[in-house]
Write a protein that binds this ligand. Structure first.
Ligand code: CA
Length: 376
């Protein structure tokens, strides 16, 4: 912006501020006879109104990537709105426990929540398709489906009965397979295993003979260290290093077959969202898109260094799941997905859209991303 533009902008702002003051100081008597002026006044007051919201999250306060992703979203909304929409972010447990944020926002205890859709599978198993599907889409594919393939419209329909407006607000990229205290050499090694693993992946582990449990991130380390659980997955090197999971388990398995590109969400109470003027609604929608991309790039950048640190400084033993274990997990994943899809026509509709998009994307990615990565 040059000086002239800056000056013009400044003058425009002063003029708008003047209008705001003039409108506010306009007495009832002097405005009453002028309907047009009245309408303008009301519009002006609306656009000047400041909103103070609460955002409850499933993450520990300021936890790298996830908690900071929620803070980043609140920060850019404040900046874009010139301070007209201020959102205070609360970590898990500050207002409500991690897994109660969905109900809290539906009940207007807070205007906004930040989590991931698979945590709400108790409401409707089909919601898990808006987080991630084992052996399903990568982050780029997921976002392409949501923004350009009809996924977002389905997600909005799925949250509508709860009075919530969902938005994608981050993605972890491909996760790691998890932390184990024994080698996984065969499917038998998964039997009897009590592992923290959420969503559809957890159901796959159940079919493989294990016991999936869901533990909020903040409780993971202690649960693993005290033997409450035998194994855990969390996210990837950046987050797993931050929790110190390497101190509680020896083997770190790749890849995260169960979470190939998990979408983080923010959802807004529908009434609160509709109470915003249109420009602030647009800011919330577009800020979530920026936050979505920003989180992905942060993971791409930070996982590299964290992996080096885990291996070189903390002597972590990084392994790959054997091919026959992966094949069995793939087979069981198809069964788990078929169960969800068979439970409800809307689940079938969501999955048809998801799977149809993935089939086309796979054909193209085999010739592009996969072909290139294989020759690099
Ligand atoms: Ca995970």
């Amino acid at each position: 912006m040059n000086h002239k533009e800056a000056n013009n902008k400044n003058n425009r702002r002063k003029f708008l501020q003047y209008l705001g003051v003039a409108a506010a100081s306009c007495t009832v008597a002097s405005c009453n006879n002028d309907e047009a002026s009245n309408a303008n006044t009301s519009k002006q007051q609306n656009s000047q109104q400041t909103f103070n919201w609460k955002m409850v999250t499933t993450w520990p306060k300021n936890f790298p990537g996830l908690g900071t992703g929620a803070e980043y979203l609140a920060q850019i909304i404040k900046e874009m709105s010139g301070g007209r929409l201020n959102i205070k972010v609360y970590g898990a447990g500050e207002i409500v426990p991690a897994f109660e944020i969905f109900d809290a926002v539906a009940a207007e205890t807070a205007e906004m929540g930040h989590g991931s859709a698979y945590y709400w599978k108790g409401k409707n198993p089909a919601l898990q398709f808006f987080s991630t599907v084992p052996f399903g889409m990568t982050a780029n594919e997921m976002n392409a489906w949501l923004y350009h393939g009809g996924g977002m419209e389905l997600w909005q329909r799925a949250y509508q009965p709860f009075g919530l407006v969902p938005m994608a607000a981050g993605n972890t990229m491909v996760q790691m397979g998890g932390w184990f205290n024994k080698e996984i050499n065969s499917v038998e090694d998964l039997q009897g295993l009590k592992m923290r693993i959420p969503g559809l992946g957890g159901e796959v582990l159940r079919l493989a003979g294990g016991t999936p449990v869901n533990v909020p991130g903040g409780d993971l380390f202690v649960s693993l260290q005290k033997g409450v659980i035998d194994a855990t997955e969390w996210v990837g090197p950046y987050n797993d290093l931050a929790f110190g999971l390497y101190k509680a388990a020896k083997y770190y398995y790749s890849p995260g077959w169960h979470e190939p590109g998990t979408t983080l969400e923010c959802f807004v109470n529908e009434k609160a969202f509709n109470s915003l003027p249109q420009d602030l609604q647009a800011i919330v929608r577009n800020a979530s898109r920026v936050a979505n991309q920003n989180m992905m790039l942060e993971y791409v950048a930070r996982n590299n260094d964290a992996l080096v640190s885990l291996i070189n400084e903390h002597n972590v033993d990084v392994r790959e799941f054997p091919a026959d274990v992966i094949e069995k997990l793939r087979e069981l994943s198809a069964q788990v997905v078929a169960d969800v899809v068979g439970s409800d026509p809307f689940a079938q509709e969501i999955y048809d859209s998801y799977q149809g998009f993935l089939a086309k994307s796979k054909a193209w990615h085999d010739l592009s991303e996969r072909a290139y990565l294989n020759l690099r």
